[in-house]
Design a protein around this ligand. Structure first.
Ligand SMILES: Nc1nc2c(ncn2[C@@H]2O[C@H](COP(=O)(O)OP(=O)(O)OP(=O)(O)O)[C@@H](O)[C@H]2O)c(=O)[nH]1
Ligand SMILES: [Mg+2]
Length: 452
């Protein structure tokens, strides 16, 4: 019998369906320095690559996932997945290195179609795009709203209070005595910019502070000329100053403007434009451990990052209303450091910290959900103790993590659990799903609602 010719309308439908088959999902992974972004992205690729063996296998639409391809060809600055894997699967295992520049992740997922649709089109593809970057850069977003004089005022008020006042020490006085209208001294300016960088480093390492600006002083990234990073806040200045060419003020202001309008704006556009969904990763446990000032700074830092959404013509806030970002996952990271029954309390403390910002985001029509997350579980539970390896040591330790309050008190005074420096678990391999907490729930929620 001769093969039946396919009616033309079926061919046309097939052609259209093929055109519709490729979907894009841009996920913004937003997190301050050390929040766990790189480990999370590595874990995400690992869970997707091993979807058949992990918890995703039982969850729609991943039960129809046929193939996963981590794309490198044609991707500018691809994410160093293999380097991260090499560190994690080393003997002894190491965490991925802290990020020093922007990189991109592109993952293509191919889903099998079922039922009637499968006649028209056998597969649908989803391209997931994510950026990784040093967390320090995120803290520059609020600069988009400031001019140089306002920034100087803000820095003066930050340096007036502890712990920044003590950390800055003599630098604060040096910056305060400079007359902004006097002629600039390039060599001294260079020294002061170096001293400001050292101040930011100490704020981060000694006091666990989050708001360390300008972030590129800590991690410049490629393509930023070092001389453009030579400016400091002139503490005697204010928003009303106007100064002639060649003055301290003019020199610092010009570089501040370049920093704000090209470097920060460029990153903002790259990170925040065209996002479909967003994952906010927050290491809540370290600042809870460090104490009240670290928590206060974290709160202010996250609020200002979330507020960046509201500003500007190209603001996310407007897209929330449209709404373009339809889902925001808020995740307390590294919760494997506490007992499983304490993990929800860590998440609750994070949501307590961000109550106002999150209700504004919800008000804008965005779905918000919390996930106490561990992208990579470094601990194992045995009875009421946790078992894990410590960084720089062999063997395992058994310990009981301290308590986590059910809620964050309003004055942010908490006794956090004592944290140990854990190393990743032994025996990780690219072709086995990593142990984790709730990565499957999060990944499932991120793609929910995408027609696949
Ligand atoms: N126990 C545990 N520790 C984690 C986990 N994820 C990250 N960490 C720890 O947190 C550190 C920082 O994680 P990264 O993934 O490098 O964080 P990041 O947000 O990429 O940091 P930057 O690149 O510096 O902005 C790691 O070196 C680990 O010590 C996790 O799932 N569990
Ligand atoms: Mg990183």
């Amino acid at each position: 019998m001769a093969a039946m010719k396919k009616p033309q309308w079926i061919s046309e439908l097939q052609r259209q369906a093929a055109g519709l088959g490729g979907q894009h999902l841009r996920i913004g992974v937003t997190g301050l320095s050390r929040a766990g972004k790189t480990t999370f992205i590595t874990g995400l690729i690992n869970q997707l690559e091993n979807h058949q063996r992990g918890l995703l296998a039982r969850r729609a639409p991943f039960d129809r996932l046929e193939a996963v391809r981590w794309q490198r060809d044609g991707v500018e600055q691809p994410f160093a997945y293999l380097d991260a894997l090499a560190a994690l699967s080393a003997e002894p295992a190491r965490w991925p290195a802290s990020t020093t520049d922007l990189s991109r992740v592109v993952i293509d997922l191919r889903f099998r179609q079922t039922g009637v649709l499968s006649r028209l089109q056998q597969y649908r593809t989803l391209r997931v795009e994510i950026l990784d970057y040093p967390g320090e850069w995120l803290l520059d977003l609020p600069l988009l709203e400031l001019d140089y004089g306002q920034w100087c005022e803000q820095m003066r008020s930050w340096l007036d209070s502890e712990p920044r006042r003590s950390i800055a020490g003599a630098l604060r006085d040096e910056l305060a005595v400079i007359d902004p209208l006097s002629p600039a001294e390039p060599q001294r300016l260079q020294q002061l910019a170096g001293a400001w960088t050292a101040f930011l480093q100490r704020s981060r390492s000694e006091a666990a502070l989050s708001r360390n600006q300008p972030g590129r002083f800590l991690l410049p990234g490629a393509g930023v000329a070092p001389e453009m990073l030579q400016f400091v806040p002139l503490l005697a200045g204010n928003r009303h100053i106007r100064a002639g060419a060649g003055s301290w003020w003019a020199e610092c202001e010009a570089r501040f403007r370049y920093y704000r309008d090209f470097i920060v704006k460029g990153f903002y556009d790259e990170h925040f434009s065209r996002l479909d969904r967003q994952i906010l990763l927050v290491d809540m446990l370290s600042p809870m451990d460090a104490g009240q000032t670290a928590l206060t700074d974290l709160k202010a830092a996250l609020e200002s990052v979330l507020q960046s959404f509201r500003y500007g013509r190209n603001s996310l806030w407007r897209r929330f209303w449209q709404p373009r970002i339809s889902r925001l996952a808020v995740c307390a990271t590294k919760v494997d450091q506490v007992a499983p029954e304490q993990q929800r309390a860590v998440q609750q403390c994070l949501e307590d910290l961000l109550t106002d910002s999150l209700s504004e985001v919800r008000h804008g029509g965005v779905q918000v959900r919390g996930f106490p997350l561990a992208a990579l579980r470094a601990t194992r539970q045995e009875g009421d103790t946790l078992v894990a390896g410590l960084e720089g040591q062999s063997g395992l330790v058994r310990y009981q993590p301290g308590g986590v309050p059910a809620h964050l008190p309003l004055d942010l005074q908490v006794e956090g659990p004592e944290l140990l420096k854990l190393r990743p678990p032994a025996g990780l391999h690219r072709n086995e799903p990593f142990p984790h907490y709730r990565m499957d729930d999060l990944i499932g929620w991120m793609v929910e609602g995408v027609a696949l």
